[in-house]
Design a protein around this ligand. Structure first.
Ligand code: ZN
Ligand code: ZN
Length: 346
């Protein structure tokens, strides 16, 4: 079985190993597509912390082996998407619906490819409980996008949008643009996105869900520009960057009493305009990952033709191109929104 492993800082290598029988409760999935995510690139850059790990948590494939004793609805040959987190199901968080925040003992609570073998591999053994069957008309590529799509979908549900709202999004990466699509589906009348990469913003506009895009790197008065463009402030702000400059700009053009949803993650502490949050009674809501319901609803929306994920796919590569793809992602500033690995390509 071929797989890709992080072997050091900025190194991912292709290896081969003998397959062992799958552990109890785990199905064997032949991986057909796995998305490359910013998190994978971050792990690759670091290298030391993640040495020996197989990345990849945006996977779709076909069930090759069902675990013995399983009597659920799935069967061999079923096409599935992998729900990558592994909530325990028993703790207080799981029991109250916050399965995305569950931290089972001994895990980082981050799912496959982040603390255990991921899907940059010909085969993945994974708990059958966390496999979602794909409708016949949903491709493996589309199925692999259920993971990033459901991150944005959860954020949009937290945003509580009303028809006619003005929505501001920071960060024109795939999560930001998926948020824009969901905002449009929710009836937002005006959707603005800002970023500091001109090429990204151009692409964001071309994809059709964004009303206006703003390059704040070259703007001396971005607050004034956004205030005027939004006709006196936004009804909602979704931060997909995790950076204080973006967060504070967003807060500064949010109408009083409105909400900011934070999706972007930055492990460095960030300074927020606290006075404005208090004096304008702004709501701040975090949104982390997704629960199975978010994931399954995204698959349904893709199947029903409501949610378009194909437009984010930049290209599909084989194992041999992984290392160069990571190097490129590092340089390209994100105009290659989604690159997928096809383990059978070479
Ligand atoms: Zn991801
Ligand atoms: Zn739990």
């Amino acid at each position: 079985m071929k797989y890709a492993m992080i072997t050091g800082a900025r190194r991912i290598e292709i290896r081969e190993k003998q397959q062992m029988p799958a552990a109890a409760g785990k199905a064997r999935i032949r991986i057909k597509r796995c998305g490359i995510c910013g998190t994978d690139v971050h792990m690759w850059e670091d290298g030391e912390t993640y040495k020996g790990l197989i990345p990849g948590h945006e996977a779709a494939g076909v069930i090759e082996e069902i675990p013995s004793g399983y009597d659920g609805p799935l069967k061999e040959g079923d096409r599935v998407a992998v729900f990558p987190a592994e909530p325990c199901g028993d703790c207080q968080l799981c029991r109250t619906g916050l399965r995305n925040l569950c931290l089972p003992p001994g895990s980082m609570g981050l799912g496959c490819g982040l603390h255990e073998p991921g899907a940059f591999s010909e085969c993945l053994d994974f708990s059958i409980r966390f496999l979602s069957k794909l409708p016949d008309n949903v491709t493996y590529s589309q199925g692999s996008l259920a993971e990033p799509a459901s991150v944005a979908y959860r954020a949009i549900q937290h945003a509580d949008l009303n028809v006619g709202d003005g929505v501001l999004i920071s960060g024109a990466g795939i999560i930001g643009l998926l948020c824009a699509q969901f905002a449009k589906l929710s009836g937002a009348a005006y959707i603005a996105v800002f970023d500091i990469e001109h090429e990204r913003l151009k692409l964001a506009y071309d994809l059709g869900d964004v009303t206006e895009s703003f390059d704040v790197s070259s703007n001396q008065q971005p607050e004034k520009t956004l205030w005027t463009a939004s006709n006196g402030g936004f009804d909602c702000f979704i931060d997909c960057t995790g950076h204080q400059n973006a967060i504070n700009l967003g807060i500064s053009v949010l109408k009083k009493g409105k909400k900011m949803v934070c999706v972007g993650i930055n492990f460095e502490k960030q300074l927020m305009d606290h006075v404005r949050i208090v004096q304008n009674e702004l709501e701040v809501k975090g949104s982390f990952g997704q629960v199975e319901k978010d994931f399954d609803e995204c698959i349904k929306m893709i199947g029903a033709g409501i949610l378009d994920v194909d437009k984010y796919i930049f290209k599909t590569i084989g194992f041999s191109e992984l290392q160069s793809c990571f190097e490129q992602k590092d340089r390209q500033k994100g105009t290659d929104l989604k690159v997928l690995l096809d383990p059978e390509k070479d």
